[in-house]
Design a protein around this ligand. Structure first.
Ligand SMILES: Nc1nc2c(ncn2[C@@H]2O[C@H](COP(=O)(O)OP(=O)(O)OP(=O)(O)O)[C@@H](O)[C@H]2O)c(=O)[nH]1
Length: 416
């Protein structure tokens, strides 16, 4: 006998298979000299036994004080132009937040984990949301036939859940308004000149990090890369109390507030966690790349020797997730210019089709991520291997770091 269910009908699937990435000739050309050298060595049977692996150092779960200038640096014209390493997408992805849940963390900060589905791949991309002001439009949208319990179970509630709660909304909540903005309203918002924003206004924009999955750096304590440290640091910065001016930067301490003065609104933060392991090549291929690195290649050469692009990632899903979270003007934590370009819409072939009634993302400021080792701080990932990796990111992948920071850091790295 059919059982009556009061659960809402599942939404239609969003997924369509993603076209395979193509390797450009320039990638192979870059790798060719090293490839020839390897082949020559191979013929001579002279492949050297790799030096012993350095023991992996532990990436501390907590981060040290020390805060970059959270107002960030203005984005210049060059950073807005299309990069060479980026994978172009055929169309703007569509995303939908399937479920959200509160996660109390070991540092005491509560975050809201949002799990997304999309129409370009079958991966479970995530948004880790800090603060209570950022909400997902697709999660909050009512679904036909759903009950209040359904809404609470999928995380579409306001405030906090507690035993016995029966409504997903609080009596004081304003009605849900999911009407798309008119074209005129969008244009009006977009026309505002970001350059005219004061630092105080900029600090009211959400802090965003687009992070790509790194099993080795985040789970198995790898000191080959800085991924684990960057994830911890992004979380630490997003957990800081509202920073209302630059004077708080550098100390890791929020600017003291004058008693009675209006409290600055905390803009919150988002780590978009993309399942693009190994810069998009997957864990298996990344492990092969590590073996090629032990054989004397750098991180870019190793990818190319495996016939993968130096960087096989794309950021359309991140763009769509940020729009879903209504984070359209952001401070972006990154050294990677491709992320700035891609978020602003440079990652789609031809004209970027931003869905009607939605805004284009603007990276109003870029906040650099400087490794602790470079800042002369304790902790963080250190060692010769991460040094080489960071140097390659600067010299071959165009990562943006101030000259003096770069030079100093390279000294630290090479004298290690
Ligand atoms: N193929 C490959 N991938 C790596 C290697 N080391 C780290 N990764 C991957 O690189 C990605 C980390 O990049 P991110 O930290 O998101 O970004 P980024 O390009 O370094 O730029 P930032 O925003 O400045 O950190 C993850 O997917 C890692 O798995 C490597 O040696 N080879």
């Amino acid at each position: 006998m059919d059982q009556q269910s009061n659960a809402s009908a599942p939404p239609p699937p969003l997924h369509e298979p993603k076209p395979r990435l193509h390797l450009s000739h320039s990638h192979l050309a870059l790798a060719a000299p090293r490839l020839n050298e390897l082949q020559r060595e191979d013929n001579d049977e002279a492949v050297k036994i790799p030096p012993a692996l350095v023991s992996p150092a532990f990436t501390p779960p907590t981060t040290m004080p020390g805060t970059p200038d959270l107002a960030g640096v203005r984005i210049g014209k060059d950073e807005r132009e299309l990069g060479v390493g980026m994978q172009l997408e055929e169309k703007e992805p569509i995303v939908r937040c399937i479920v959200r849940a509160r996660i109390p963390t070991t540092t005491g900060t509560e975050v809201y984990l949002h799990l997304y589905e999309n129409n370009v791949d079958t991966k479970e991309h995530l948004a880790i949301v800090f603060g209570d002001t950022i909400r997902s439009t697709s999660l909050d949208a009512p679904r036909p036939g759903e009950t209040e319990m359904d809404r609470m179970v999928r995380g579409a509630y306001t405030g906090k859940l507690y035993p016995g709660r029966t409504s997903s909304r609080l009596p004081t909540d304003p009605p849900i308004d999911n009407t798309p903005l008119s074209e005129e309203a969008v244009r009006e918002k977009q026309d505002r000149d970001d350059a005219e924003m004061s630092n105080t206004e900029v600090l009211q924009l959400p802090l965003v990090r687009i992070h790509s999955e790194c099993y080795t750096g985040e789970v198995s304590w790898s000191a080959r890369c800085d991924c684990g440290e960057q994830l911890d640091e992004a979380a630490r910065l997003m957990s800081l109390p509202s920073l209302s001016s630059r004077s708080g930067a550098g100390s890791g301490i929020a600017t003291p507030r004058t008693p009675g003065a209006p409290q600055p609104h905390n803009p919150g933060g988002v780590i978009v966690y993309l399942r693009q392991e190994g810069r998009g090549i997957g864990l298996g291929e990344k492990l092969k790349a590590y073996n090629l690195q032990d054989l004397g290649n750098d991180t870019v050469e190793a990818n190319l020797l495996l016939r993968h692009p130096a960087d096989g990632r794309s950021y359309g899903v991140a763009r769509a997730i940020l729009r879903d979270l209504k984070c359209t003007r952001v401070r972006l934590l990154t050294n990677n210019p491709d992320k700035v370009r891609a978020l602003e819409g440079g990652g789609v072939k031809g004209e970027s089709a931003v869905p009607q009634g939605e805004e284009r993302i603007r990276v109003v400021r870029r906040v650099g991520m400087v490794p602790k080792m470079w800042r002369g701080e304790e902790g963080g990932v250190r060692g010769e291997e991460v040094g080489k990796y960071l140097r390659t990111k600067i010299t071959k992948m165009g990562h943006l770091l101030a000259e003096d920071q770069g030079d100093r850091s390279l000294d630290v790295l090479t004298n290690n």
